[in-house]
Design a binder for this molecule. Structure first.
Ligand code: PHE
Length: 345
């Protein structure tokens, strides 16, 4: 008879149904709790004749196992069903929370800021939507000078009678330098990180926005030698102690003389490879002595003070450091790409 009882319980538990956590708990109480049906059968076990104990014992185990499995299956079904919030387990731990990673551009930007901070530069900030006055005019771009084409950007408001009032997306963070010079007197030693915009077709090598860090130092007796030494120190901190630099003459409206700086290719050590197009050098930034016109336009006496400025692209430095082949990856939000930088700082 005990076997009949077990068989009928087995049939029942196989058919157990529940649509929420409370019903599951009721079933658990009915069959599997201390005072439940299965325990009652087990209590009867001692009355079973010795020669049947083995068979009955195995049947009871099967019953218990089946009941447990069925309850677990019902729980799973409720948790994964569409209106599964009925089975929501608010006591379940939320840990471990998956941590994100810093964006590679943030990692490199912070590293650059860190290097210049140690040399006494302080951070300065300004708006991305700027007026022509600070982006171009005070940086010594004449209203009709073709140099403005070097930095074509996006215009928000155009003022045909007075270009200095045009509102545009800044094409470099030199506008922040103009704002700082306007409102303070030397010594000025700042770095200006931020997003800048250019009217460029989007390709693997160019984008309509990127990130810059520009530096400016103005004081009495600041010379080109000071500029060169600061940039050499930066290059060595960033790319390794045996990095060499070279300066090539260049043109910017706001600096005179102007130069482009290359570093010895850190991939081949300067011997020449595919990365440096077999020249042994890679270009990393523009720099020069601040044009006296810029100082005057911003209210600083160019007979008393001199200064240098430099500007670098964070994407460019990041590419050099991590060899990212396509600029677009920086703004596509592809987690697989971003997770690559998990181990970086
Ligand atoms: N403003 C320049 C640019 O965006 C970079 C630069 C800054 C060059 C300062 C020289 C000195 O192209």
């Amino acid at each position: 008879m005990i076997l009949d009882k077990i068989e009928s319980l087995l049939a029942e538990v196989k058919e157990m149904k529940a649509s929420n956590a409370e019903e599951i708990e009721a079933l658990r109480l009915k069959y599997l709790s201390k005072k439940g049906e299965i325990n009652a059968v087990m209590a009867d076990f001692r009355n079973v004749p010795a020669d049947q104990k083995k068979e009955v014992g195995m049947k009871i185990n099967e019953l218990k196992q089946t009941a447990l499995e069925r309850l677990n299956a019902l729980r799973d079904a409720i948790e994964t069903s569409e209106d599964g919030d009925q089975g929501l387990d608010l006591t379940r731990t939320a840990y471990p929370i998956k941590l994100g990673t810093r964006h590679p551009l943030t990692i490199v930007k912070n590293e650059i800021i860190d290097i210049f901070s140690r040399m006494g530069f302080v951070l300065a900030d300004g708006p991305e939507a700027e007026d022509d006055l600070h982006v171009f005019t005070k940086m010594n771009f004449a209203a009709d000078h073709p140099a403005r084409d070097m930095q074509d950007t996006f215009f928000i408001e155009q003022n045909p009678n007075d270009v200095t009032k045009n509102i545009l997306l800044r094409s470099h963070t030199s506008s922040v330098q103009a704002r700082v010079m306007e409102t303070s007197q030397p010594p000025i030693r700042i770095i200006c990180p931020g997003r800048v915009y250019r009217n460029e077709a989007i390709t693997a090598r160019a984008h309509c926005f990127f990130h810059q860090i520009e530096g400016l130092y103005i004081d009495k007796n600041v010379s080109f030698t000071d500029l060169k030494q600061v940039l050499l120190t930066f290059a060595r901190e960033m790319f390794g102690a045996d990095t060499k630099i070279r300066l090539r003459p260049s043109y910017f409206p706001f600096t005179e003389p102007s130069a482009e700086m290359d570093i010895s290719c850190h991939i081949c050590g300067g011997k020449g490879c595919g990365f440096c197009k077999h020249t042994g050098w890679v270009e990393i930034l523009g720099c020069g002595m601040v044009d006296p016109n810029v100082l005057e336009l911003c209210g600083i006496d160019s007979k008393v003070y001199t200064g240098y400025a430099f500007g670098l692209g964070v994407e460019r430095i990041t590419n050099l450091k991590y060899q990212v082949s396509d600029l677009r990856m920086f703004s596509e939000n592809d987690v697989r790409f971003l997770e690559e930088f998990e181990g970086a700082k």
